[in-house]
Design a protein around this ligand. Structure first.
Ligand SMILES: [Zn+2]
Length: 291
């Protein structure tokens, strides 16, 4: 469902924000459209802003952070945001903010986040795979901190729809599974697992820069691609990878192959996606409009 709403323009006057009609003195208007007004928990969605007039410093506000938008045509801007797998259902608001013909403007669209049920998965792992000595725990913490640092970068948007599934035979499983390992509840599984023979080619889902290419304790041989604007794709347990950090990459480029490195019980691709707003279901990314 597409929702369009015209906007009020806020003009700053002696430090007070005044709401004035949706037309600026020069006749410009701003409108905001979302690809769904009822995203589920774990859904990414596209926000489009159209402006009649000269727009500067346009950003999206979502979950108390600001995110850059990409100009897709003169006066048309696109952003990708999402509902994290741990976000509560209920009402939320997407805001676009910037300057139109020199006047500060704000456009908003309300959405209602719907609940989604996730499986509970009880796993039994050998002690060597679930209990760790202090040196290993230090390594795990340092690696988690480095991945968070990588995922917190915001570079100019390079992503575009459609995204390409990372493997030819895309059969996702386990997204959002609430895992209980040897009786202990763990973080929800924020990616999909795709079981495929070792050596199956893995490709980038979109244009971007390689933000991380290294070996991790849990992820094994791991690659993270920065698609810009806070959008990342994550590929773990690779048999090998053929890219290096900082390298420019294009949609469909081979980055490595399926393996079982790190903590994996067999060959599979662990594939995750981050967008502004959090950890979303990668499968829903391939269903976004605009492709
Ligand atoms: Zn996984």
């Amino acid at each position: 469902m597409i929702g369009v709403r015209s906007v009020a323009i806020l003009s700053m006057c002696s430090g007070l924000a005044l709401i004035v009609p949706a037309f600026s003195a020069q006749g410009g208007t701003l409108s905001i459209t979302v690809s769904t007004s009822a995203p589920a928990v774990g859904d990414p969605f596209v926000v489009e802003v159209a402006a009649q007039g000269t727009v500067d410093n346009l950003v999206l506000l979502w979950k108390r952070s600001t995110w850059p938008m990409r100009e897709i045509a003169p006066g048309r801007f696109e952003g990708l945001i999402g509902v994290d797998i741990d976000d509560p259902p209920g009402p939320a608001t997407v805001v676009a903010e910037g300057f139109l013909d020199g006047t500060r403007v704000r456009a908003k669209e309300d959405v209602t986040i719907s609940p989604r049920k996730f499986a509970v998965q009880e796993l039994t792992l050998p002690k060597g795979m679930s209990e760790f000595d202090n040196a290993t725990l230090d390594r795990i913490r340092a690696e988690a901190a480095e991945i968070s640092r990588v995922l917190s970068r915001v570079t100019p948007p390079r992503w575009r729809t459609p995204f390409l599934p990372p493997v030819e035979e895309y059969r996702p499983a386990n997204f959002g599974a609430r895992r209980v390992i040897n009786g202990n509840p763990r973080m929800p599984h924020s990616a999909v697992d795709i079981t495929l023979p070792a050596g199956t080619p893995v490709r980038s889902i979109g244009d971007g820069l390689v933000a991380f290419a290294n070996e991790q304790f849990f992820g094994g041989r791991s690659v993270v691609i920065d698609h810009g604007g806070g959008v990342f794709s994550i590929y773990y347990h690779l048999k090998e990878f053929s890219v290096s950090e900082g390298q420019e990459i294009f949609r469909g480029d081979r980055i490595g192959s399926v393996g079982s490195t790190g903590r994996a019980t067999g060959p599979h691709l662990h594939f995750g996606v981050r967008v502004p707003g959090g950890r979303v279901d990668p499968t829903r990314l391939f269903a976004l409009p605009g492709g």
